[in-house]
Design a binder for this molecule. Structure first.
Ligand code: PXP
Length: 247
């Protein structure tokens, strides 16, 4: 299995910079247009409860600006479900969300939240929205995703990325292996595995080399690099590194 690995670009942090001044620049819609122009495969955006980056009005604008599929990251709440059903994004990735966290720390407890997730996953699926669950690469969580009938899981690569930043190559290797094993396990259950969080030019290759993965979602690093080289160059470089890893 070595299909082309898709790159979904998370444009949240373009909106974070915009919101720092409360105006409308830089516009995440312009970022989405650039991603489309340089061959990105999708736009990912997380509408948080506190609207700290993407806002409600951005969703429609992003959807009408490009033909790229929108992957809406959302908490498992009635409010977010109603927004997803109203906007009908291509995919909805259910993520855990805590108000005080700086970013999505850790995966969704799909096993512990089974009863909460059943109606949400069901209603999204009934409306033709592809459901993805952002989980840790563990057997327990993958089995829970399978029981919920999720067609996609996204494995949280945060621990892998942190281990690399800590210079702990043993832990980094263990995390990588865990993601590779669970990606193969997902395929054997008929679930499409994706991965994301904390991926950079430095750490993307071993993850991209996992042949079972269908998609990576990358945001913060690309927006950070864009400050220096422009979003177009940053996305192209990430694409090259992913293609090299798959070659
Ligand atoms: N995938 C999911 C489900 C996320 O919630 C995020 C953002 O937290 C990302 C990917 C992108 O992570 P990053 O911004 O660290 O690249």
């Amino acid at each position: 299995m070595s299909e082309r690995l898709r790159l979904g670009v998370n444009i949240d942090h373009v909106a974070t910079i915009r919101n720092a001044r409360g105006g409308d620049h830089p516009d995440p819609v312009r970022a989405a247009e650039i991603v489309a122009a340089v061959g990105g495969d999708g736009i990912t955006a997380h509408l948080r409860e506190d609207r700290r980056h993407i806002r409600d009005a951005d969703l429609k604008r992003i959807q009408s600006a490009t033909d790229l599929p929108l992957n809406l990251e959302m908490a498992a709440t009635e409010e977010m479900l109603a927004i997803a059903l109203a906007h009908k994004p291509h995919a909805a990735c259910i993520v855990p969300e805590k108000r005080e966290e700086r970013t999505t720390e850790g995966g969704l407890d799909a096993a512990g939240l089974h009863n909460t997730l059943v109606p949400i996953v069901g209603r999204l699926r009934d409306d033709g929205i592809r459901v993805s669950l952002f989980i840790e690469a563990s057997e327990r969580q993958l089995e829970a995703a399978h029981r919920l009938g999720a067609p996609v899981v996204e494995f949280h690569t945060g621990e892998y990325a942190h281990a690399g930043l800590d210079g702990d190559t043993e832990r980094e290797g263990r995390e990588l292996e865990r993601i590779a094993i669970m990606s193969a396990a997902a395929r054997s259950l008929g679930i499409e595995p994706h991965a994301g969080h904390g991926l950079t030019y430095e750490n993307v290759r071993p993850i991209a080399a996992i042949s079972e993965l269908a998609e990576l979602n990358i945001g913060h690093y690309l927006v950070g690099e864009a400050v220096f080289v422009g979003l177009e160059v940053a996305v192209r470089r990430m694409r090259e590194l992913m293609d090299e890893a798959r070659a």
